[in-house]
Each structure stands twice: as C-alpha cells, then as structure tokens.
Design a protein around this ligand. Structure first.
Ligand SMILES: [Zn+2]
Length: 112
C-alpha cells in the first residue's frame, strides 16, 4: 500500500492504486481525512503511555520534561501513525472494502 519503509529519509508515499488488484485506495475525495481520527487515537494512547513511563522512571514534576517527551513521542510515532491509521481505516472501518488474501499472495483470485 505504501512505497518504501516506515522509517527512512524518503518522503512518505502511498500508491494510488493497489499494485495487486488495482483497487483505488482513496475511495472518495477526502476519504483519508477520517484516518486523522484513528491517528489521533493512536497519538493519545502513545502520549499517555510515554507520560506514565516518564513519570514512573523520573518521578519528575517539571512540565518541560513531559512537554519534551510528548513532542519526541509524537515525532517518533508520526510515520507509524500515518500508515497504520490508513490501514485500519480501510481494513476495519470501511465496510464496503474487503481484503482478498489470494490477490495479496499474487495468485489468481476474484476481485471482491
Ligand atoms: Zn489489492
């Protein structure tokens, strides 16, 4: 679905159509705006967990420690969230879309 690796120096790029079955990923204009909400949920979870770990490890009550950790966490997880929010949106939150494992394996299969 995506070109290249999650973490790398190259700009994030997503294929417009599936290389296996030709499925157009952006079903309708602005479809991936909805992935923003998934990504937001990811970020909240990641930030909460890293804040709790920071509190547990450092026992700090300085807001700057948490602000730094928060920015770092968001930056580190941004490429991951970008990809997985779109994957989850397509895979679980779009009932019209279904996955055909035969096509992913490169075998003959019917387009669902
Ligand atoms: Zn496909």
């Amino acid at each position: 679905m995506f070109e290249g690796r999650v973490y790398g120096l190259k700009r994030q790029k997503m294929y417009e159509n599936c290389p296996h079955c030709g499925f157009k990923f952006e079903i309708e204009p602005g479809y991936f705006y909805a992935a923003m909400y998934v990504s937001y949920a990811f970020s909240v979870g990641q930030v909460l967990v890293s804040a709790l770990i920071t509190a547990w490890l450092t026992k700090s009550d300085s807001p700057w420690v948490y602000t730094g950790v928060l920015f770092f966490t968001i930056l580190v997880f941004a490429p991951f969230n970008y990809r997985y929010s779109r994957l989850i949106l397509l895979h679980y939150l779009s009932p019209k879309v279904s996955f055909n494992p035969n096509l992913a394996a490169g075998k003959e299969g019917k387009v669902v």
